[in-house]
Ligand binder design. Structure first.
Ligand SMILES: O=C([O-])[C@@H](O)[C@@H](O)[C@H](O)[C@@H](O)C(=O)[O-]
Ligand SMILES: [Mg+2]
Length: 419
């Protein structure tokens, strides 16, 4: 089954003004939809970042992939590495740490690997989870991913979610997400307000949702001292504290005295970061993400490393649509040691999905693992055309949370740590 054609379609879909330590989400989120076709007429799908630099790198590797067999994943990885020639992608799409040349290869390779696994599954008549070793669960739990947010984008009408700028707003947002989707655990994106306010919000969540596992993620907004103070105040309340402070060294310092496990999707984001992190016991829970850990198979390698070193495994997300959610769900289903509910931004963006509805849904806070061949999702061609037109007209080519925030608050600085 040789690859005969690859189509890359950059898309944009509406995104609410979600706040984080870097700034605020712009009105449009970008992705790239990857379609891989074979000589026997099969089609496989992938989804990845849409930032222009990444899109250019995707385009640059396509010629080397044409003609390869969809089973030749090692050759594909090699071909991507050769075509990139050591290039490093500057990461502007959101708080996922330092990008290295090897990490850049993994980011660019990922959507092609997913598309080839989709094709392999379709050819064999089995779901992608079977290709990854077989599902060990038939439903994948996700967490309610809460964000401080404005009522709407500046100059626009309030959106359906309304404002969440204090503890009451955060509890109300959690209630909406849990009522709609049944989530059984909660993650709060922090790093937006001084730590005291975010501690208050976590306590309010604990009071409103007793027994529900809680996480807080300030995306490296705190010094090590502040991190330890917050950790002490939230001892027994959080299941883990995510990226309180920058760097492996900083995380190790906090981890040595923290009463709860520390998690990351910022200081360990490529295989070459693992030896130091393991040696210093900087991170007790790793957030995997097939979009930058090199696709689904290499994410399973990561899971094996975590298993070996006794590191817990969770899953990270950025703004995404259904092809990504399908990939995340197959991977989580086939990863025995993925023992935390996964993150997903999907509820914030699902209204504008690019796949036909029906294949993916949240039932009691979990996505039932698709059982159809491949990823189990089909492209909605009308939606793809609409979202591609959004991309052409929205005026955004690279995610820039900080620049957008500065237009509203000219003095805003992305300073990590800030408190
Ligand atoms: O979407 C966001 O604003 C998040 O802050 C995202 O960019 C992060 O990468 C992410 O979700 C995280 O867990 O750090
Ligand atoms: Mg995080």
């Amino acid at each position: 089954m040789k690859i005969t054609d690859i189509t890359l379609t950059p898309i944009a879909f509406p995104d609410p003004p979600l706040l984080n330590s870097a700034g605020v989400h712009e009105p449009w989120a970008l992705r790239t939809i990857v379609e891989v076709r074979t000589d026997d007429g099969l089609l496989g799908l992938g989804e990845t970042y849409g930032d222009l630099g990444h899109l250019d790198r995707l385009r640059a590797v396509v010629p080397g992939l044409l003609g390869l067999d969809v089973y030749a994943l090692n050759a594909m990885h090699r071909s991507v590495a050769d075509a990139l020639g050591g290039a490093v992608g500057a990461d502007r799409h959101g708080l996922t740490g330092d990008v290295t040349p090897a990490g850049t290869v993994d980011r660019v390779y990922s959507p092609f690997e997913v598309a080839c696994l989709d094709i392999q599954g379709r050819a064999a008549g089995v779901p992608v989870s079977d290709l990854l070793g077989g599902a060990v669960r038939d439903r994948v739990p996700y967490s309610a991913y809460l964000f401080y947010k404005w009522a709407g984008h500046p100059g626009a009408e309030p959106d359906e979610w309304g404002a969440a700028l204090d503890a009451d707003g955060i509890v109300a947002q959690a209630r909406t997400l849990i009522d709609r989707h049944g989530f059984g655990s909660i993650k709060l994106k922090g790093g937006v307000f001084p730590p005291e306010q975010e501690i208050e919000a976590v306590h309010a969540l604990r009071a409103a949702f007793p027994g529900v596992p809680l996480r807080l993620d300030p995306n490296a907004a705190w010094t090590t001292e502040t991190s330890l103070r917050v950790a002490d105040e939230l001892a027994g309340v959080l299941e883990y504290l995510e990226d309180p402070t920058p760097t492996i060294a900083g995380m190790a310092e906090v981890a040595a005295r923290s009463p709860m496990p520390l998690a990351t999707n910022m200081c360990v984001v490529a295989f070459e970061h693992l030896p130091e992190s393991v040696a210093r016991d900087a991170v007790q829970v790793l957030l995997s993400d097939h979009h930058y850990w090199g696709g689904l198979s290499r994410s399973r390698n990561l899971a094996a490393i975590c298993d070996t070193f006794g590191i817990g495994l969770s899953m990270h997300s950025n703004s995404h649509l259904g092809i990504s959610l399908a990939g995340m769900t197959h991977l989580a289903a086939a990863t025995p040691n993925l023992n935390y509910a996964c993150d997903t931004h999907y509820p914030w963006n699902a209204a504008d999905d690019v796949v036909l509805s029906g294949a993916l849904s949240f039932v009691d806070g979990a996505v039932p693992v698709p059982t159809g061949p491949g990823l189990g999702v089909e492209l909605d061609r009308d939606a793809l055309a609409r979202l591609a037109e959004n991309y052409r007209t929205c005026g955004i080519t690279t995610r820039d949370d900080t620049g957008y925030m500065r237009r509203v608050e000219p003095g805003f600085e992305k300073r990590l740590p800030r408190w």
